[in-house]
Structures are given as C-alpha cells and as structure tokens.
Design a protein around this ligand. Structure first.
Ligand code: EPS
Length: 362
C-alpha cells in the first residue's frame, strides 16, 4: 500500500490543497490536533506580520466521514486569508475591472537565494511573481496538515515524532536565539538555523537496502532537503562521524539487541534499527531582506536592488514543525509499505505479528 501526497497552491492564491492517498480506512483524525500543528508552524519568534493575517484551519473536502477515514483519497484545504488583499493580482482567471490591491505590478528584480531568477528563466516568466508564489514556504502549511494525519497513523503503532530548534544564527540557547533574532531584525537582516527531529518507537525494519531509493535515510534526507531553505541534512551524528575512528563511531550491540549509544541516528544500512530515528536539517538565512541585496532588473538588464517584501527574520521554529511533519510523512509511508492493510485493524495486526516474530514487545 503506497501512501502518497500531492499538494497545490500559491502563497497569495485562494488556498493550499493537499490530497493524501493510501491511508487505511478506520483512522480517526483529530481536527484540533491538525490545527494545533498549523498554529505551531505559524507561531515562533522572528516570523513576519503575514502570520498574524493567517488563521490556517484545515477543511476536509473528501475521504473522511464523521472524523474517520474511509480508505479513499483525503482532500485537505487551507484557505489563504491574505488572498483577500490579492484578489486581482492573484486571480486564477483573467481579472475583471481596474487593477487593485497587491500583486498588480510585475516583479522584475529577483532576490538572491530565492527561486526568483532560476524559476523565471526555467519557466519563461517575465513576472518573477509567477515563480515565487509556488516556491514560497507558504505551502509548508499543507505539508504540516498532511504530517499531522501521518502522526495520527503512526500513533497507532506507538511511533511519536517531535521536532525542535537547535540553533538560530549560530546561537544554541533560547536567550541567544532570541537576541540574535532581535539584532538581525534591527539590522534589517535575516538568519538561518538548525532543527532536529527525533522519532521514538520506530520498529526495526523500516526502509530497505535493496535499492538506493528504498533506504530510509535516502528518503528522510530527500523529505528534509525538499523543504524550502534547507541546505544540509544529517542523520545521527552525520558529518561528525567522518572525523572519528570506527571504534568511536559505531553503536555496539548489547544483550537484548539494544544500544547504549545512537550515533547512527537509528538507521543502519538504510534500515531502521529500533533506536530513535534522529535527523537534523540546516536552513540558510531567508532570502527576503529588508536591506536588499544586489540584483539585476530582468526587464532592463540594469543593476538594481532585489525585491523587498515583508519578511520573516528567521523561521527556524517553523522549520522544526515542518521537518517534524516531513519525517512523520516518510515514516508513515515506510510503515504503510511494511505493514499494508486496507483497514486500520489490518495494519496494526501486521505490525503486532511482525514484532512477535522478532521478539519485541508491543
Ligand atoms: C515567504 C515569504 C513570506 C512568508 C512566507 C514565506 O510571505 P509574504 O511574502 O506573504 O510575506 O511569510 O511564509 C508564509 C506565508 C507562511 O505561512 O509560512 C517566502 O518567500 O518563502
């Protein structure tokens, strides 16, 4: 059984949409839990005024009856409240009447670090907005909603997933992160950071070494690298392992097949080994600066300054929630492959039978 996710939606368009296929029937979803993850993503120190405009509540259009999945595709929608200010500029059809509101002028000064230039060139857009709207991290809201559904499924087999910020602007303490954010805001600059996601209760045997693409670490790395602004991913101790000797780097196997260390981050040979799965993602500083960087006007070829829009100073706490959702989704996909089942009870029974075979409690 393949769990698949397709999303659509522009940052200032009418809505974000997610279609989830491959969920078993009989999974109870909790609307408040999904909305709570959407709220966690929206909040966080250093976010832009845009976040005060958005309410981000999930609507379900299909696949659910009385709060329980039907085993059919689930369609989720999150409306963009800000669209009210862009009804002409982001109208899906040719707008009627005189231009009004935001997005009425073409953007021709691409921001270094955003998808603006590469997207405009690739797709042949003369208005950079046609590239930046979909490239925007706004769409991570749809992935967080899907991740909340994945977490409900994982909970049925005892897996929990939690993301947290570890560094902002090179600072590792909560006070340091806040101070760095305040200083960057005062300097009209932006920051990046590092987040960590830990999944507990992951049984041994998710993912496979059979093919490169099947490896759980391949899949988690792709899921994290696919998030806007992420430039680096580590599994377990990651790059630090490259500087150690083998005698210091590996997690020795103790009686009961447990480990006292978890430098591998719960994955060996591309397969979960029963220890917590630990991954980190590094985010570059956000590319929209209130003190703009040098650019070139695509309409005139003249040097200029990049587009200035309202911006987050940093969105590392948001990334922690988005990365948590991405890891949850990938683990749920791997669990669906391993345990299958059309009804939730089949899925859970297969999980239990497997743990019985390998002699692990459930
Ligand atoms: C983003 C730019 C900003 C962020 C946005 C991501 O949007 P705007 O241009 O409307 O101010 O606020 O993030 C969100 C809207 C969100 O919900 O996370 C970008 O260019 O990636």
């Amino acid at each position: 059984m393949q769990l698949e996710l397709v999303t659509a939606g522009e940052s200032h368009g009418p809505a974000l949409v997610a279609i989830l296929t491959g969920l078993p029937a009989g999974l109870a979803l909790d609307r408040a839990a999904i909305d709570d993850d959407l709220r966690r993503r929206r909040e966080g120190y250093g976010r832009s005024p845009r976040q005060k405009l958005e309410a981000d509540e999930v609507e379900v259009l299909a696949g659910l009856r009385h709060g329980t999945t039907l085993g059919t595709p689930v369609a989720l929608v999150i409306r963009n409240r800000d669209h009210a200010n862009w009804t002409w500029g982001m109208s899906p059809w040719a707008p009627e009447g005189a231009p009004t509101g935001k997005g009425t002028f073409s953007v021709t000064l691409p921001r270094p670090g955003h998808a603006d230039l590469a997207g405009a060139l690739k797709y042949g857009h003369s208005d950079v907005r046609n590239a930046l709207e979909r490239a925007s991290a706004r769409q991570t809201a749809a992935h967080v909603a899907a991740g909340a559904v994945a977490k409900s499924l994982l909970r049925q087999i005892g897996i929990t997933v939690a993301g947290s910020p570890r560094e902002v602007g090179g600072e590792e303490t909560p006070e340091g992160m806040r101070e760095a954010t305040d200083t960057a805001r005062a300097d009209r600059d932006t920051l990046g950071g590092v987040v960590e996601v830990v999944a507990t209760g992951v049984p041994p045997g998710l993912g496979s070494y059979a093919e490169k693409r099947d490896r759980l670490d391949t899949r988690l790395a792709a899921a994290l690298m696919g998030i806007q602004a992420v430039k680096g991913v580590e599994v377990g101790e990651g790059f630090a392992l490259a500087r150690l000797r083998g005698s210091e780097a590996h997690d020795e196997i103790e009686p009961g097949l447990r480990r006292e260390t978890n430098r591998a981050g719960g994955i060996e040979g591309g397969v979960s080994n029963g220890e917590p799965v630990v991954v980190r993602a590094g985010m570059k500083p956000l590319p929209t600066l209130m003190r703009p960087l040098r650019s070139v006007d695509l309409a005139t070829d003249e040097p200029g300054q990049a587009l200035v829009e309202r911006s987050d100073v940093q969105a590392v706490e948001a990334l922690a929630v988005v990365a948590e959702a991405a890891v949850a989704w990938e683990l749920a996909r791997a669990a669906r492959e391993k345990f299958g089942g059309d009804a939730l009870a089949d899925f859970v029974a297969a999980y239990r039978a497997y743990l019985d075979r390998i002699g692990r409690p459930h």
